[in-house]
Design a protein around this ligand. Structure first.
Ligand SMILES: NC(=O)c1ccc[n+]([C@@H]2O[C@H](COP(=O)([O-])OP(=O)(O)OC[C@H]3O[C@@H](n4cnc5c(N)ncnc54)[C@H](O)[C@@H]3O)[C@@H](O)[C@H]2O)c1
Ligand SMILES: O=C(O)C(=O)C[C@]1(C(=O)O)C=C[C@@H](O)C=C1
Length: 302
């Protein structure tokens, strides 16, 4: 049995359009409605025929929905929800895909008093954005973390879990604050480091006469992929998950200083020990099969 018959997606970029495509593949009888604030995006989604209806307002998109998923940048989730609050059916479940959860949860709760809100985060994405960047297998074998508030309706949680499982995701539950700490180190800090290193290299271009870009090989290239990620999305994530990111950044800075000291004082054994530990982390990720989907993605889309 299908968990929902009428699904509305608000924000039709990479993640929103991937959800539409995945629902079409895995639950083809579901009626899909989409809305995006950008008329060009709405036009593209219509041309790609990704859903049954594309509406010009958020209110019109939610009016007969039984699941509404917000796929907009985390900094505007609350405003977008407030914009459709008056049109939301009382029994509709509202969810989101935001990359951090505590602040989004609070914003949705404030914008939609009395509504059934079950936040979620599919831990799957790419550096690309917009409706043309989406693809139906994005969530396949990737985690989707659901962060229900204490006391949230178990039936609603189970329906949302079933929805994500049907899209191919492995669903886990987590407390929102814990989610934000974990993702600060596994996702947000790596993006911050990539933005920094590519920014530093590009500042150095005048000194190195463009050789940084010219000779950029494997390592730097990998960083440039991450550093090409959407500026609006990531500005919002860092501001919305400020406390957890700053805490992880503090730890990272201390570890970087220790590494700096080890290099200065020729402590080769310390460097070797760290690099051996990090190699083991990579191996255990591969052994758990966590990297397969990403490698498939790279082959298809680069
Ligand atoms: N990109 C990733 O790797 C990734 C992964 C998991 C979760 N997320 C989360 O998914 C959400 C969307 O990210 P994305 O990568 O799809 O971004 P995107 O830029 O591809 O799409 C966002 C869409 O939201 C629309 N939008 C902006 N303001 C709006 C408004 N007021 N009303 C309606 N639509 C509006 C934009 O026009 C755009 O089409 C973010 O919250 C992000 O944190 C992203
Ligand atoms: O692969 C990428 O490009 C991503 O950045 C995806 C990624 C991640 O950091 O893993 C980015 C943000 C999300 O909220 C979830 C997934």
């Amino acid at each position: 049995m299908l968990p929902f018959a009428r699904v509305t997606v608000i924000g039709l970029g990479l993640i929103g359009s991937s959800i539409l495509r995945a629902v079409r593949v895995h639950m083809p009888t579901v009626r899909l409605t989409g809305h995006d604030v950008d008329p060009d995006v709405r036009q593209t989604v219509r041309a790609l025929d990704l859903c049954d209806d594309v509406t010009d307002t958020a209110g019109a998109a939610v009016i007969d929905a039984d699941l509404v998923i917000l796929c907009v940048p985390v900094g505007i989730m609350g405003d977008v929800a407030a914009g459709f609050a008056a049109d939301l059916p009382a029994d509709a479940i509202v969810s989101d895909v935001g990359s951090c959860k505590a602040s989004v949860q609070a914003a949705l709760r404030a914008a939609l008093p009395g509504a059934i809100v079950i936040p979620a985060h599919p831990v799957a994405g790419t550096e690309r954005s917009g409706p043309e960047a989406g693809f139906s297998s994005l969530f396949h074998k990737r985690y989707c973390i659901i962060t229900p508030e204490e006391g949230a309706d178990e039936t609603a949680i189970a329906r949302l879990e079933s929805f994500w499982e049907k899209l191919g995701a492995d669903v886990e539950r987590m407390d929102a604050a814990h989610h934000d700490l974990v993702l600060a180190v596994t996702s947000h800090l790596p993006h911050l480091i990539a933005y920094t290193i590519v920014g530093t290299a590009s500042d150095l271009e005048t000194v190195t006469q463009s050789e940084v870009i010219k000779y950029s090989a494997g390592g730097f290239r990998d960083f440039t992929r991450i550093a090409a990620s959407d500026p609006t999305m990531w500005r919002d994530v860092f501001l919305a998950n400020k406390d957890a990111v700053l805490e992880m950044l503090q730890r990272f800075s201390e570890d970087l200083s220790a590494l700096q000291r080890a290099i200065r004082w020729d402590k080769g054994d310390e460097l070797f020990e760290l690099f051996s530990r990090t190699r083991a982390v990579r191996r255990s990720i591969i052994e758990q099969g966590q990297d397969d989907a990403r490698e498939d993605f790279g082959r298809t889309h680069e």
